[in-house]
Design a protein around this ligand. Structure first.
Ligand code: NI
Ligand code: MN
Length: 224
């Protein structure tokens, strides 16, 4: 399995010839060509997460999985969509996924109600991955840690709209993560952080070998 960080909260996960996109807001990778996409996940309706999901889905046919209201919105805009609620696994050609709570808000770019914001846990090749979406630190993360022990966690760290560095380090502990991938930082001025300080706080937990994405592509530790 390869995980590529595409900037902000966008990721591409490649597994056995299948490609899954999460929150494809692609301003950080203007030359990115979405090809051979199997599925797209969108955590909530804000533009910096919905991104190009509808356009990609309409062009390549990959369905967007999202919470009920947001999935219906995407379908109305011309995407193929899979609507889900929180809390039960759905099987895919590449593994399975479950939507979990995020504490945030969600409207679509044109101001419609986007349903509840979500995170997503995926099981791929026997490994659990958790993308938190936009959220504050919350005790659901203890439950996610207990139920799934996600090995790889993508956590927002930029503050202002989401958790900050301090709370993200605590979240990583609660989640029992092995690998932490920070996201939702430094893309815009209000979410500027000192990434070295985040690394320091993760080290201080004494439990988590953090991995920090560099230039959009993660080190090989996640491959294979
Ligand atoms: Ni948001
Ligand atoms: Mn956001």
């Amino acid at each position: 399995m390869d995980i590529h960080y595409l900037g902000h909260s966008a990721f591409e996960i490649i597994t056995k010839g299948k490609k899954v996109l999460i929150d494809p807001f692609l301003v950080c990778v203007p030359n990115y060509r979405p090809e051979n996409i199997s599925d797209i996940f969108v955590t909530h309706g804000h533009g910096d997460h919905l991104g190009s999901a509808v356009e990609i889905s309409a062009r390549v046919g990959a369905p967007i999985t999202a919470i009920f209201e947001l999935a219906n919105y995407c379908a109305k805009k011309g995407a193929s969509a899979i609507d889900m609620g929180l809390g039960s696994w759905r099987e895919y050609s590449w593994g399975r996924a479950i939507l979990v709570p995020a504490f945030h808000s969600s409207t679509t770019p044109d101001g419609q109600y986007g349903g509840c914001p979500c995170g997503v846990v995926m099981e791929i090749e026997g490994r659990k991955i958790y993308h938190a979406g936009d959220t504050c630190l919350n005790s659901e993360m203890k439950t996610i840690g207990e139920l799934y022990s996600p090995e790889i966690v993508m956590l927002p760290i930029g503050g202002k709209y989401t958790m900050d560095i301090e709370h993200a380090a605590k979240a990583a502990e609660w989640l029992r993560a092995t690998v932490v991938i920070p996201m939702h930082y430094n893309t815009f001025d209000p979410i500027k952080v000192d990434i070295e300080e985040f690394k320091r706080q993760i080290r201080e937990t004494g439990k988590i070998p953090a991995v920090i994405p560099v230039d959009g592509v993660l080190p090989n530790v996640l491959n294979g």
